[in-house]
Design a protein around this ligand. Structure first.
Ligand code: MTE
Ligand code: MO
Length: 449
């Protein structure tokens, strides 16, 4: 089953990969000349071309010296910001075919199927705006820190960005996941690719000042303080309650840096809250105010939105930790396996409660499980990359992954999750995802028990 010596299978990353179907059809075929049925529709001319190029002998890509080996290359840019290769232009954030398209108040999904390792390039980080994004002038941005009364915080202060950025900072890798990620799968299979099932998920190195340090500077009453309120400067008036316990642990950051540079405007430039392990909505962007208080604030974004409708008709509130979850990104929905043979199954695992301890992978719909390899680094409340070598025999396969975190929490099946949560939720779906590899090689989003 895990025979790495078998011929490598080729993978078509539809619809966002560098090779088109046509280019692949024209490429030398794998050793057995095994043409997937997916290509039955390819034109006769193309098939003839593929047959001619069957072996590397006579390959013009080797025999004819290309221009880039003969002439001077491009000069270095005198100035400017680097961009990806033009051949990578299809790898983009995209709006889901399963959601109503609106201009400002919406979401675009990260192309998880095309990413390596654990860090999301900032230009591909998912976006979620309740009222559109802004590119705020950092010289005019202010952060106010106040208490619910004068004793709660003795020295209320207003910080400029310069003042904040002079303070000692930390840099940490964390994932951010919207509580609504995978939400469309509650009822049934809703969207075709992992970009749309799981792409409200990204992971960055964030740099900023620990919120606790600033609150201590301001003279917070550590005995009375129980919650903080975080407020954004955009028109959505995003406001969220964060328990002081999380803040006191030193994990909550006033972040201005993302992957070595300033935050992108879409991600909250110039300042956002980083609340590791907690759903994205609490990571308030364009952060302009923190208030310290002794009771939860019950704002619109925690009363009306981001509540979970339970089977008994009651709503569950403040369910903010993102529970243990994982997904296979290769092979995943929309891709096509072009050959039988070796594939490296690969995916991402994460938990809002700590590190990932293990990931098991099944290729038979959950009857048998094998432990996947976790790639280092494995970090606290961060994405973890896992892999498992697999030889596809050309028969239908149901590919799944199941993560366990360091607290012992195990990712539930759809049936297990629904027993507790019903089917009418939007948020916090962390159930096991299944991809069906069909005989044709085409991969489909399906749900099994
Ligand atoms: N000020 C402000 N903060 C916000 C939002 C917003 O609309 N305005 N959206 C929230 C939601 S619902 C999520 S999931 C994350 C998304 O962060 P991102 O756009 O950087 O991916 O930001 C959160 N913080
Ligand atoms: Mo969100």
């Amino acid at each position: 089953m895990n025979d790495r010596t078998s011929a490598p299978g080729r993978l078509l990353h539809a619809p966002e990969h560098l090779l088109t179907r046509e280019q692949l059809a024209a490429a030398p075929d794998a050793r057995r000349g095994f043409l997937r049925r997916a290509f039955a529709t390819a034109s006769a001319a193309m098939l003839a071309g593929a047959a001619k190029a069957e072996s590397a002998v006579g390959d013009p890509n080797i025999l004819e010296l290309p221009q880039h080996s003969l002439a001077l290359g491009q000069p270095v840019a005198l100035e400017g910001y680097g961009k990806p290769s033009r051949f990578e232009a299809n790898l983009q954030r995209r709006q889901s075919p399963g959601l109503t398209q609106t201009r400002q108040a919406s979401v675009s999904f990260a192309p998880l199927q095309g990413l390596f390792g654990i860090v999301t390039p900032s230009g591909l980080h998912f976006e979620r705006h309740h009222q559109g994004w802004w590119d705020i002038d950092p010289s005019k941005h202010r952060l106010m820190i106040n208490g619910s009364d004068e004793q709660m915080l003795k020295r209320p202060m207003v910080f400029t960005m310069d003042e904040l950025m002079r303070l000692p900072s930390v840099s940490r890798f964390h994932f951010i996941e919207c509580g609504a990620n995978t939400g469309m799968e509650w009822g049934n299979v809703a969207v075709p690719t992992v970009q749309y099932t799981h792409g409200m998920l990204s992971c960055s190195e964030f740099t900023g000042v620990r919120l606790i340090d600033v609150l201590e500077m301001c003279g917070m009453d550590a005995k009375r303080a129980r919650f903080v309120l975080a407020e954004g400067a955009d028109g959505s008036s995003m406001t969220r309650t964060i328990p002081i316990k999380l803040v006191k642990s030193g994990d909550v950051l006033l972040a201005y840096g993302q992957n070595g540079e300033m935050l992108r405007p879409e991600n909250g430039y110039p300042l956002r809250l980083v609340v590791p392990g907690v759903q994205g909505v609490s990571w308030v962007k364009y952060l302009r105010r923190i208030e310290v208080g002794d009771e939860p604030y019950a704002t619109k974004d925690e009363d009306v939105h981001y509540v979970d409708l339970m089977p008994d008709g009651q709503h569950r509130q403040y369910s903010s930790v993102q529970e243990v979850k994982s997904v296979v990104t290769t092979p995943s929905g929309g891709q096509v396996l072009l050959d039988k043979g070796f594939y490296a199954i690969s995916g991402l695992a994460w938990s809002g409660r700590g590190r990932i301890r293990r990931v098991d992978v099944s290729v038979d719909g959950g009857r048998n499980w094998q432990p996947a390899q976790l790639q280092s680094p494995v970090m606290d409340r961060c994405l973890t990359r896992f892999t498992l070598p697999w030889t596809w025999d050309g028969k239908p396969a149901l590919v799944m992954s199941r993560a366990t975190d360091e607290t012992g929490q195990i990712q539930p099946t759809n049936a297990q999750l629904r027993t507790v949560r019903g089917k009418r939720s939007i948020y916090h779906n962390n159930s096991i995802q299944t991809w069906l590899v069909q005989e044709s090689g085409e991969v489909k989003n399906v749900q099994v028990a």
